[in-house]
Design a protein around this ligand. Structure first.
Ligand SMILES: CCCCC/C=C/CC(=O)SCCNC(=O)CCNC(=O)[C@H](O)C(C)(C)COP(=O)(O)OP(=O)(O)OC[C@H]1O[C@@H](n2cnc3c(N)ncnc32)[C@H](O)[C@@H]1OP(=O)(O)O
Length: 378
């Protein structure tokens, strides 16, 4: 079974390396027309994203004067376009095409399913609980070291969206079992849709953009309780948390080069900012694994606790924090994050564009194959 998946993956990968990945002008025009045919209003936030990408794709970076504060609609449009910074036209074109394609496919997949919009999510691999003013989102695939499947990315987005709106004051992400998380489930790369690797890369890009975007925009204090080793995307995202508590058993490993990949989760911006460019390079380019104490000394981790008392000490501390005035906490968090929100979204887009290239590379194909065929472990 495994070898069939791997060889199908290889064949698709070879096919894709011969096919240009970037959205052509024709794809872009098709997407612009497709937008007009959508039956459901995609909502203001999505319309602003599409507007910004359209402008960036057709006119390049925003150099219009900023509209006055009272001209709310023009200002929102300007903000959205301006947030794309110097994103290249062709990347904007591609992002636009992907976004429209995701809207069209979600519209067609919800057709004929009465009540699809109101369906409450059931989290198969997350345990979400709310108690004492704290919403805890626990990754719950301990036998797979909490590796994140495509379904889990979507479920985490839903759980964060719900936590952002619920009555709790603090949200905590943690893992069940001996690992915090072993990063992206490498089997995600073998689940190839009918449109082949190209469609897969587009879908992954959309998924990842929304996933990381949700952390960037999360409105309340967000805490990571790193109960054990953390790998890949579960490490890079830590730069978007407000507090990171770690067990002294935790390690922090970003082996992107070994996997033929490149950093995500905004770490190409947050890590150099947190630990300085030299230390960030050692982690992100050379895959140096840090112990919890090293990560704490470098500013990625807030505090390290002995593994034997980790749960007790962390939850006692968080319960005390959760009683602080919630609106004051939210305001402070937003003041800290808003300064760089636009930069973070632009970084997210750039990292994903780079990753799309990496996912098509022979280096990445070989690394994933080696893991799946049990030849290599980190
Ligand atoms: C939508 C796309 C978005 C893309 C976003 C990109 C993100 C980048 C990353 O996150 S890169 C990091 C990817 N992660 C890895 O490369 C880790 C791979 N795993 C390992 O190297 C090891 O499993 C380990 C070091 C994490 C743990 O080793 P250990 O010997 O302690 O345990 P096992 O290897 O026996 O693991 C137990 C079972 O769990 C499966 N598993 C663990 N991690 C992953 C993973 N990332 N993807 C898929 N499967 C994973 C492992 O295969 C074992 O399964 P089995 O019991 O069925 O054999």
């Amino acid at each position: 079974m495994l070898s069939r998946e791997v060889s199908s993956f290889l064949v698709q990968q070879m096919h894709m390396s011969q096919t240009a990945m970037r959205a052509s002008h024709k794809d872009f025009e098709t997407a612009v027309n497709q937008m007009k045919l959508l039956k459901k209003d995609p909502g203001n936030e999505m319309k602003l994203k599409l507007y910004a990408l359209y402008k960036q794709a057709t006119e390049g970076p925003c150099n219009m004067p900023k509209p006055g504060v009272l001209d709310l609609i023009s200002k929102a449009k300007w903000d959205s376009w301006n947030a794309l910074g110097s994103l290249p036209k062709e990347t904007a074109r591609q992002n636009y095409v992907e976004l429209v394609s995701s809207l069209s496919s979600s519209e067609s997949s919800s057709q004929g399913k009465p009540g699809a919009d109101s369906k409450q999510p059931g989290y198969e691999t997350l345990v979400v609980t709310s108690e004492d003013g704290i919403t805890k989102i626990m990754l719950n695939r301990p036998t797979k070291k909490n590796a994140i499947t495509t379904q889990m990315y979507q479920d985490i987005v839903l759980a964060l969206e719900a936590a952002g709106k619920d009555d709790s004051t603090i949200t905590v992400l943690t893992g069940n079992g001996d690992y915090y998380c072993s990063g992206n489930d490498l089997n995600n790369f073998t689940d190839i849709p009918p449109g082949g690797i190209e469609e897969q890369a587009k879908n992954n890009a959309i998924l990842l953009r929304n996933f990381v975007g949700c952390f960037i925009d999360f409105p309340k204090p967000l805490v990571a309780a790193v109960n054990g080793p953390a790998v890949g995307i579960s490490v890079t995202l830590l730069g978007l948390f407000d507090i990171v508590y770690a067990s002294d058993r935790a390690t922090f490993h970003t082996p992107f080069t070994h996997l033929g990949q490149s950093p995500e989760g905004c770490s190409s911006y947050t890590f150099p900012k947190i630990m300085g460019p030299a230390k960030a390079a050692e982690m992100l380019i050379f895959g140096k694994k840090l112990t919890a104490r090293e990560a704490c000394a470098q500013g990625l981790v807030t505090e390290v606790f002995p593994d034997s008392t980790f749960q007790k000490e962390v939850w006692t501390r968080l319960k005390a924090y959760s009683k602080l005035p919630p609106n004051a906490m939210r305001t402070s968090k937003q003041l800290i994050r808003n300064v760089e929100r636009e930069k973070l979204h632009a970084t997210n887009s750039e990292e994903i564009s780079a990753l799309q290239g990496r996912w098509r590379s022979e280096e990445c194909t070989n690394a994933v194959m080696n893991f799946l065929s049990r030849k290599v472990k980190l």
